[in-house]
Write a protein that binds this ligand. Structure first.
Ligand SMILES: Cc1ncc(COP(=O)(O)O)c(C=O)c1O
Length: 475
């Protein structure tokens, strides 16, 4: 007897056919579609009210409704004119990876339950670690939901290393206040992580930048000295390789030297910028990263994997397993070096790594390098075009993020950003760079071309004119 949860072969074929037809249409038509949501909250609610679950609507209607809702009701971060927040156009291989992982639904908590899947993930992690210059065969790590989870793991591991009593007796048992250091332009989730780990938000020192969005190593050393003199306990330095606002890379070598002199854990948050490791030409930008004790790199940023897919890399497998040790008699095995539930935050674990494995296996480092180098070329073009027109670029990122203002230095930044977003042809955002409100445009799609850059320049000009004429237009 068939279950309502597994339609028969002909219904499955019809549903696969319909889904693929509609998604393929999306791939073709996306570049010409409005970029933002076209449905209001009420319109979304009205469409959803068709599905009250007292009645079964059937697969065809449900799939069609879901795809149409997404088509009309989201910011299309996959759009080539989305100059957005690091959410990429997903690689086609990754989309297939999601489907395949869901169909098999392997449980990656323990090695013995899904040896092939666990080994595929380990293989990807080891290859990426080696590319970062970690020749140590012990280098390990795991896939995470994203950069925030990977960074949380970094703090837990660094605390465990620095304070042997932390795991069993908690922060309250420590005689000195633990402190971690990250640049003033680092990702703000460090505060959430400090909250969650119990060290408290005040334990995060935001170290001054050198005026160019990069952490100032002299200020770092001074901050550490000040805390030591005050009886606090520095335990971790975070260097960011690709800041969220401006794509700047902290001086990794200098950060490593400071951390080594003070025997502090060095974590490199390369959530976005880490993917340049694919390119032989660009990877020297990350020089010094190999001196990190741990690294965060997101597959769902510049590796163009569908969300969510982060990675946490660590040089010390025994240390990585320490915070996650637990004795669960009902689990099929208990090998901390093999079983992901014993060396990561998650327990039941989705097969996150397949999507990255498929794209790397299919197109190699070279294919990914081509995508990233192409996006950097587009970013350079956009930088030139902005400087040609009436804009002034403020940051000097070697990656694909551009922060700019009007060359008159005044102007309603938020109004211009809202004006571009409201037009629905391009998507940009507002950010802060070195204390100034700026417009932020990031190349996140390997589909972005020269004409998309010209479309953005034109949209900016229209928004500028409108914001001058009517400063209230963004409402
Ligand atoms: C530098 C950096 N670190 C960490 C994160 C958090 O990553 P995720 O959104 O994958 O959790 C981001 C997100 O943009 C980021 O830019």
């Amino acid at each position: 007897m068939t279950s309502p949860l597994l339609p028969g072969p002909s219904d499955r074929a019809a549903a696969f056919g319909l889904t693929i037809e509609k998604l393929d249409e999306l791939f073709e038509t996306l570049p010409n579609m409005p970029i933002g949501p076209r449905l209001s909250r009420d319109e979304i609610a009205a469409r959803l009210s068709e599905f009250n679950f007292d009645r079964a609507s059937g697969l065809e209607l449900s799939v069609t409704a879901a795809i149409d809702l997404l088509r009309d009701g989201i910011v299309h971060s996959a759009h080539p004119r989305c100059f957005g927040l690091f959410n990429p156009t997903p690689a086609f291989h990754g989309v297939l990876g999601e489907l395949i992982a869901a169909a098999f639904n392997p449980q990656l908590a323990v090695w013995s339950h899904a040896p092939a899947a666990v080994e595929i993930e380990k293989h990807v992690i080891r290859q990426i670690a080696a590319r970062f210059g970690w020749v140590d065969p012990d280098a390990c790590g795991h896939f995470a939901t994203g950069g925030a989870e990977a960074n949380l793991t970094a703090v837990v591991v660094a605390l465990t290393r620095a304070f042997p009593a932390y795991g069993d007796n908690g922060v309250a048992s420590l005689s000195r206040q633990p402190v971690l250091y990250a640049s003033a332009d680092s990702h703000v989730a460090w505060f959430k992580i400090a909250h969650l780990t119990g060290i408290g938000r005040d334990a995060v020192r935001l170290v001054a930048t050198s005026g160019d969005g990069r952490l100032d190593p002299v200020a770092l050393e001074t901050a550490i000295d000040t805390d030591l003199a005050a009886g606090r306990a520095p335990f971790m330095v975070v260097a960011t390789a690709g800041t969220t606002n401006a794509g700047m890379i902290d001086p990794l070598t200098e950060c490593a030297s400071v951390a080594e002199r003070r025997d502090l854990w060095l974590h490199v948050d390369a959530a976005w910028g880490g993917a340049v490791v694919c390119s032989d030409r660009l990877k020297p930008i990350l020089s010094g990263i190999e001196r990190g004790h741990s690294i965060t790199v997101d597959a769902h940023k510049w590796f163009s994997a569908p969300m969510g897919a982060g990675m946490f890399l660590c040089r010390d497998p025994e240390l990585l397993a320490r915070p996650f040790r637990v004795a669960a008699t009902y689990m099929p095995s208990r090998n901390a070096l093999d079983d992901p539930y014993l060396n990561s935050v998650q327990w039941s674990r989705r097969f996150i790594g397949l999507k990255l494995f498929l794209s790397l296996a299919s197109v190699g480092w070279k294919g990914h390098a081509l995508a990233i180098e192409g996006q950097i070329t587009i970013a350079e073009l956009l930088r030139r075009r902005l400087n040609d027109e009436r804009w002034r670029v403020l940051n000097d990122s070697p990656l694909g993020v551009i922060c700019f203002i009007l060359d008159t230095q005044s102007g309603d930044i938020d109004g211009i950003v809202a004006g571009v977003q409201n037009e629905q042809t391009c998507w940009i955002s507002a950010a802060e760079f070195e204390g100034r409100r700026v417009i932020r445009a990031c190349i996140t799609s390997f589909r972005t071309r020269r004409d998309d850059v010209e479309a953005l320049i034109a949209a900016l000009e229209r928004a500028r004119i409108r914001s001058n004429a009517d400063p209230s237009f963004r409402r």
